[in-house]
Design a binder for this molecule. Structure first.
Ligand code: MN
Length: 282
C-alpha cells in the first residue's frame, strides 16, 4: 500500500504532520522544505502518482551546475505534506522545524532530445526514469527554475542503503553560479523565518510586525495553500491572546486543534524566555 512507510514512522496524534491520504486528482507540484532536525537539511519533493516522491538534500538544491548535491531518497510523502510548515515535537520522527522553502510545478523531460533540447515527457516515462535512476525534469518554482537531473548512484560505500542520488542543475538560462540555498531564509508561503516558525513568542512578534507579503503568489493552487495558512494563523492568534490573558501562567496547551497544541510545545528554556517576554510586554 502507498505511504505505508510514511505511516509506520509517525504517530498522528503526536505530530502536526498530515496523515497519509491519496488525492483524487493527479498533479505535478513540487516543494522544497527546509528542515531543522538532528541535522539541517532540505527535503525535495515531486508530486507523481498521488504521492510526493522525496529526497533529503543536506546542502540544499542549487542553481549552479557544478554543484552535485547528495540527495537521499526517503519514503513517499502524502501530497497534503506539500504546504506543511511547523514544528514536529521532540520524541517524534523528524522532530524539529519545517519551513516551506520553495513551491511550484514540475514536468518530466524526455531522455530523447529534440533539436538539442529537452522536451516534456509523460508520467509513464517519469516512472521509468526513476526506476532506471536517471530522472530529468524541469522546475517552475519561485526560487528554483529550469532543468535538473536526479541520478541514482551505485552504492560504493560499505553500509550504504543504496538510496543515494545526486541532484544536478542542467545548463540553461536559469543557472546561477555560486548559488547558495541559505541565501533565502524565509518561507515562500508565509515569509516566516525558521525561528519565527520554531517558537510561539517568535510567531507572536511576526503576527504584529511582519504581516505576510504575498503579492507574488498568483497560482490558484498556491492561493488555496495560503488561505489554509491564514486560517491556521487566525486560530493561533486567538489561542495566543487567550494564553497572554492568563498573565503569569506559562503558555499552556489550549482546547484547539492538534496543530496549535504542537506549536506551543517547547523546551523548558524557551518557555522561560516566552514567560519573561510576556511579563515585559504586559
Ligand atoms: Mn526532512
Amino acid at each position: 500500500m502507498a505511504l505505508e512507510e510514511y505511516k509506520r514512522k509517525r504517530q498522528f496524534d503526536q505530530t502536526p504532520e498530515p496523515p497519509p491520504s491519496l488525492p483524487k486528482k493527479a498533479g505535478h507540484r513540487f516543494v522544497v522544505q527546509e528542515h531543522r532536525a538532528t541535522r539541517l537539511h532540505f527535503d525535495f519533493r515531486l508530486e507523481l502518482d498521488g504521492v510526493l516522491k522525496s529526497w533529503a538534500v543536506p546542502k540544499g538544491p542549487s542553481l549552479d551546475p557544478s554543484d552535485k548535491r547528495l540527495s537521499m531518497m526517503v519514503e513517499d510523502h502524502p501530497v497534503s505534506y506539500f504546504d506543511f510548515e511547523g514544528s514536529i515535537p521532540e520524541g517524534n520522527y523528524g522532530a524539529g522545524t519545517v519551513m516551506v522553502w520553495d513551491v511550484g510545478t514540475w514536468q518530466p523531460l524526455s531522455t530523447t532530445m529534440v533539436d538539442g533540447k529537452y522536451v516534456p515527457a509523460s508520467d509513464e516515462e517519469a516512472r521509468s526514469m526513476i526506476a532506471k535512476g536517471d530522472l530529468k525534469f524541469r522546475l517552475s518554482g519561485q526560487r528554483l527554475k529550469g532543468d535538473f537531473a536526479l541520478i541514482h548512484m551505485k552504492a560504493r560505500r560499505p553500509g550504504s542503503k543504496g538510496n543515494e542520488w545526486l541532484l544536478i542543475k542542467k545548463k540553461d538560462e536559469h543557472v546561477v553560479d555560486g548559488f547558495a540555498a541559505e541565501q533565502y531564509d524565509t518561507s515562500i508561503l508565509t515569509k516566516r523565518t525558521m525561528d519565527d516558525i520554531g517558537g510561539d513568542d517568535h510567531s507572536k512578534q511576526w503576527t504584529s510586525s511582519k504581516p505576510a507579503g504575498r503579492g507574488r503568489v498568483k497560482a490558484a493552487w498556491l492561493a488555496d495553500a495560503v488561505a489554509k495558512f491564514d486560517k491556521q494563523r487566525a486560530q493561533q492568534r486567538k489561542n495566543e491572546e487567550a494564553t497572554a490573558s492568563g498573565e503569569d501562567k506559562p503558555p499552556k496547551k489550549t482546547k484547539s486543534t492538534a496543530k496549535t497544541k504542537i506549536t506551543s510545545a517547547k523546551s523548558t528554556k524557551e518557555k522561560k524566555t516566552a514567560k519573561s517576554s510576556l511579563k515585559r510586554t504586559a
